[in-house]
Design a protein. Structure first.
Length: 279
């Protein structure tokens, strides 16, 4: 008979074959500090257990059954812990998770699923390549994305003219984020996504976002000081060509200006992204 102490480690262990669990645990620990700073630091064994269950494509009901738990209670626990942590980690708005399968999808999109070495972005080469013109790729090859040829062409024009930072402004629900993501896709560009937050009181930390991206995407040890981390980011962007999507900026603004204490973080980040030497 297994002891209760070892019980969490004996379930859903196959997740370790397909996912970078150690890195995911560490990053979710940072998210947990933002979501629930009053709770114990680090993921608990039970939180890790529930996460592995979801990563093994088990529904909450299936997890509850395998763990001999009450299904309703498990769903409540997930909604207070793992669901919120993953939303924060993947820069999504709070309570936007609609289905438990989103956990699997979002974390896979964020690069936590095990990948072959050939799919890891290459950062080799010390000298930056000249900025290339964006290609005029047709946008009508996707039946779910039509009628945006003019918008795509306008983005291409701005980039070809040397624009580094572009604001897409329109009413909510018009498809601003979809347009930006489609442009990156058409150009064959990877991009880092920073979701700002849902309200001025619930803004995601730019500093934490930068720290995670330096460590996990660029494979660089982030410094403690924010300004030094920005220099690290700038150096990387002078070497490789990659996009940055800052989504849902409105909550960080009042009358067109960044609110405190976010002001300096966003201004400095945008200053780096707009620098003539970065790709």
């Amino acid at each position: 008979m297994a002891s209760i102490q070892n019980y969490p480690e004996e379930k859903f262990t196959e997740a370790a074959h397909d996912w970078d669990l150690e890195r995911l645990y560490k990053d979710l620990e940072l998210s947990k500090r933002q979501v629930a700073p009053h709770k114990r630091k680090g993921l608990t064994d039970i939180e890790k257990l529930h996460l592995r269950g979801l990563l093994c494509a088990n529904s909450p009901d299936e997890i509850a059954k395998k763990l001999y738990k009450n299904s309703r209670g498990l769903n409540t626990e997930l909604s207070k812990t793992i669901y919120r942590y993953v939303e924060t980690l993947t820069n999504r708005l709070t309570n936007t998770l609609e289905n438990w399968r989103d956990i699997y999808k979002w974390l896979e999109e964020s690069g936590y699923k095990a990948r072959s070495s050939s799919s890891v972005p290459s950062h080799a080469g010390a000298n930056p390549k000249p900025q290339e013109s964006v290609s005029e790729i047709p946008v009508s090859n996707n039946s779910d994305f039509v009628g945006r040829e003019e918008a795509i062409a306008h983005l291409n024009k701005l980039v070809n003219e040397g624009a580094k930072v572009i604001l897409i402004q329109a009413e909510g629900g018009i498809g601003k984020t979809t347009l930006a993501k489609k442009w990156f896709e058409l150009q064959g560009l990877e991009y880092l996504e920073l979701r700002v937050g849902s309200t001025p009181q619930n803004l995601n930390s730019v500093e934490d976002w930068l720290r995670v991206k330096l460590r996990d995407y660029f494979k660089e040890n982030p410094e403690e000081n924010f300004m030094i981390m920005l220099e690290q980011l700038k150096t990387q962007l002078q070497i490789i060509k990659i996009g940055v999507l800052i989504d849902n900026l409105e909550p960080a603004l009042i009358n067109g200006k960044f609110i405190e204490p976010q002001h300096s973080y966003y201004v400095e980040l945008l200053t780096v992204l707009a620098h003539h030497s970065v790709h």
